[in-house]
Design a protein around this ligand. Structure first.
Ligand code: C5P
Length: 233
């Protein structure tokens, strides 16, 4: 079954501390979004990549980056003010494509996802209709109901950190978005859970970090180096 990828890229640079979209920052000499897009483009099951971008960034993707967009086979669509709206825009764009079996939503801000983890999460979604990459929580987690005056420990043995790709049968994701009534959700798996479909967790490599703060880029460059070394070993 073919996989259509939605690669949301319509965010801003706010937490990253720059004026422009953080995805234009360089990771080993290339913009983050290009590194992310290429990882998906080279996967043999990926048939389409749809990338929601903001109105503000669109001229850059169609100008400076037009060659990259074309070579990577990326279809640009309009993003929205919230990530959920950006994903919906991408979903509407592929809705009529009968050759698509799975939809994989992957943050353009996660450039280091590994090929074997893509294989694993696609295979799980083939079986179940809904699967995401995730990592077990390794820290001691505290909950505070009084803004830090006191706290208690939360049992971490049941806790996972959601990542992307989040991969769904096309009809499952369409039903989830059709039922979405605007109650905020921080990922797509939450919308799918709300329609009563179980979302399976697939444990991925620790490589798959999301670039949020400038420090994350330093870590990402180090991870990229180890990936390249092990690839040639
Ligand atoms: O801000 P954050 O990194 O958590 O956003 C996750 C991904 O969603 C990023 O790749 C960002 O570009 C994208 N996004 C989007 N539309 C928004 C907000 C974020 O496509 N309105």
């Amino acid at each position: 079954k073919n996989v259509a990828v939605i690669l949301p890229a319509a965010g801003s640079g706010r937490r990253f501390g720059r004026e422009e979209n953080k995805l234009f920052a360089a990771l080993a000499g290339e913009p983050i979004w290009i590194v992310a897009a290429r990882r998906l483009r080279v996967h043999p099951r990926v048939s389409r990549i749809v990338m929601p971008v903001s109105d503000q960034d669109r001229p850059r993707f169609e100008g400076d980056f037009a060659d990259h967009v074309r070579k990577l086979g990326i279809e640009l669509v309009a993003g929205g003010a919230e990530r959920t709206e950006s994903v919906l825009s991408g979903l509407s764009h592929v809705a009529e494509d009968g050759s698509v079996g799975l939809i994989a939503i992957h943050d353009a801000a996660r450039p280091l996802v590994r090929r074997d983890d893509l294989d694993a999460v696609f295979a799980k979604a083939d079986q179940t209709g809904a699967a995401i990459l995730a990592a077990p929580v390794t820290a001691t987690v505290k909950q505070s109901l009084d803004a830090g005056v006191s706290c208690r420990t939360v049992d971490r043995s049941t806790l996972w950190l959601a990542q992307t790709p989040q991969v769904f049968a096309l009809d499952v994701l369409q039903r989830a978005y059709a039922k979405h009534r605007g109650r905020p959700a921080t990922d797509d798996a939450e919308l799918v859970t709300r329609i009563g479909v179980d979302v399976a967790l697939v444990q991925g490599a620790p490589d798959n970090l999301k670039i949020t703060h400038p420090n994350d880029l330093v870590v990402a460059e180090a991870i990229l180096k180890t990936q390249i070394e092990s690839h040639h070993a």
